[in-house]
Design a protein around this ligand. Sequence first.
Ligand SMILES: Cc1ncc(COP(=O)(O)O)c(C=O)c1O
Length: 473
Amino acid sequence: MNRNAPASAAWELLLPAVSAPARTRGRALQTALREAVRSGRLAPGTRLPSSRDLAADLGVSRGLVTQAYEQLTAEGYLRSGQGAGTWVGAAVRSARPRARDLAPRLPGARADFVPGTPDLSLFPRSAWAAAQRGVLAELPHQELGYPDPRGLPRLRTALAELLARRRGVVADPERIVVVSGVAQATTLLGFALHARGVRTVGVEDPGSPQHDALYASAGVTVVPLPVDGEGITLEPLRASGVRAVVTTPAHQFPTGIAYSARRRADLLDWARDVDGIVLEDDYDGDFRYDRAPVGALQGLDPDHVAYTGSVSKSLAPGLRLGWLLVPESWAEEIIERKRTMDLGHPALDQALFACFLERGDYDRQLRRCQRAYRDRRDALTTALTEHFPGSEVSGIAAGLHVIATLPERYGPEERFLEHVTTAGVAVRPLSAYAHTRAGTADGKKTRLVLGYAHVPPARIHEGIRLMAEAATG
Ligand SMILES: Cc1ncc(COP(=O)(O)O)c(C=O)c1O
């Protein structure tokens, strides 16, 4: 078997298909293989075993495997070359990928620059354990009952202080809702919009695929609106007729720009003009490396902005903990939705996080991550200069990712991705986050969204070197 193929255990995902009745076995094998490629379990560039090897592994006739390879090659899921074997095609997903398509990383990758994850090894285990012990010792019994659907008053007070101090949010503890991340905040907002008869919401293009799927689950369709160097563009926004728009003003995801002061003002003017609402996703607003972070948009007009953030970038996404602040006129509806959704966020987790905030542990964690991520961003830009001369890094010095535009000589995106994924380097092109090609496409150049926060500096350098070698080799 080729060295790039997953270990034979990986082919176990095809085993249920081969136990189908003989009559339907061939079709079942094709379906299972197609699904494995679509879902990303077999990543682009993965070499498939020879038909002889796979047939032997699965205990089926070689003809059945050959047929499956031929069929999927004809459909574009697989590619093959004279004497070069068969591999998973690089551009299987021509449509915009759904959030779950973006989730899987390259299994066993030699280098992983997929954006979105903080360094989970920086999770402050001892401070967390100390807060947990304190909470368990002190928490009054009655606080283990059903919590206020908005969240424990103690946590909402601590969050109001944090968000006002660090992000310039107008934070009334009475209007904070503790949620299980930006994802739940988005779903709540989606339901509230739907209940008000709103069926469309503007989203940034390129933007986070997470928003699309979540609004869709609430019956609200997204309308992509182009992003330029200052933020979401106003003309298309006005022309679209939407009255709600999702934005990431502190550090646009994924382009990495910060909304200009003028665009922020124009956006709020628009919201006032149409009696609409701006949904502000402040997913990584704490991390800025060249200056103090720009305050939240919500602080400028709390009546027209719903603000949300979470600990997913600062502590760990697995905690499922975040916050949502809505304009007063939306509060009752959102709180009621939260109540009917899950009767409130887990009380113990809330008390623990309140204690963690009160002890100053969260500020310490943010400072520690800020130092680590700034160093990693520097390491990444240095490695790009060294190994991809002529490449350009764009976006502000902030957050957990950069955009790198590679010079033309590294070829068009599809070929570049094929080479690097085959070499075991996991990366996402900017185009994976685009609804339309507008704004991301440059037919000749590859533009990558490179996540660095989860990669130690030495591995950043090595990974970029490996990527350059694969791209040019
Ligand atoms: C743009 C954006 N918003 C929000 C989040 C975080 O969502 P959550 O708080 O539900 O983990 C992510 C995570 O990757 C993201 O990319």
